[in-house]
Design a protein around this ligand. Sequence first.
Ligand code: HAM
Length: 409
Amino acid sequence: MKFQRIKGTRDIYGKEYEILMEFYQRAKKTMDKFGYSFIITPTFEDVNLFIHSTGETTDIVEKEMYVFEDKGGRKVALRPEGTPSVLRAILENDIEIPCKVAYFANMFRHEKPQKGRFREFYQLGVEYIGYIDPLVDFEMFLIIRELMDIFEVKNYYFEVNSMGCIDDRKRYKEELKNYLSEKLEVLCNDCKRRFQRNPLRILDCKIDAEKIKDFPRITEFLCDGCAEHFEKLKMYLNKNNIKFSINPKLVRGIDYYTKTVFEVKSGRLGAQDALGGGGRYDGLMKIIGGPDTPACGFAMGMERIMLASEYKLPYEKDLIFIVYTSPELKEKAYNLYLFLTKETLKCDIVLDTKSLKSQMRRANKKGAKYVVILGEEEEKMGGYKIKDMEKGEEKFIKKENLPDYFKNI
Ligand code: HAM
């Protein structure tokens, strides 16, 4: 009986795995520098956490969540995003606020799979909790700029908007509904449905974009505080040479945002062009039962980062392959393999005894940089033959000199 992966999921292995881990390590260094601590939260949570925070009328909660009842009759969801879990964890563990938290984790959304869109995918997420200061919003852009550098993503661009505070949004929603009510008949069925439940999402619609070109801009409905916050952020970005454009249609698919929202996009990705997105969410902590606490954050889709990245694994690998000329030498060869792994060198060996030629072929295929050959001749002389696979050169090395030989090259 043969099995297949569930649609929209992937096996990550070989080079892709190496790149993902390399990116994780690079990201960890960056986040350490900015003073963020990593957190691992559970893969599944009480479904109500997402209903209340991500938002009942969002596509994520309405259509895309993997929800099931566990054996205790609890309704749980595979996390579709990390922000609600992080806030829950901060509250539940009494983590001191202000705090800066990051995570690298798999998320689950039952979306239609396509290039850059999966049902299980990895996010690098960053949350800065505790300050209303627009410097926090600005820091998100700084971090993203550094991440783009270390992930070797070029030609990315930022889109920014402000959603205002809850009151601003309420006023704006009314205005938008007034405007849309006159166009309702010509809008697509999805938008007709969104009109009552979540009119802001109509701005996102690709089908109706032309029909609502002259929609009212949310930035014209901001109160003084929100307008000033937005102005300051733009000033910090300009002063620091971070290029962005204002996208008045950018409302994001999640309910908790207040004030700043942004996305970082790439021209290399096709339809799923958002490498990452985020914004401020000053009301969320209170919604999930905590103190009234401002916060801001973002998350990046690692699969999309890998698609857009120009990073290539260095060809030069440091793998040392051990081969032997007769079955009698296999045990000795294996001991040498163990010895070298203790020296933290990257080694491999073939165990189903094969001809020297086929062992060499295997070494080549694995991209070995050096092959250590154990042969009767070399045994008698108390050493090994070493072949440099790139240069094709061979030389004899005494046993006791082997670790130093590898250390010095
Ligand atoms: P989001 O925009 O829903 O925000 O997701 C962030 C990023 O995750 C997207 O820009 C995209 O790169 C990636 N992503 C989303 N869905 C998929 C998918 N189906 N397949 C592959 N990649 C995907 C959030 O999740 C918020 N929690 C971000 C945030 C943090 N806001 C404040 N703090």
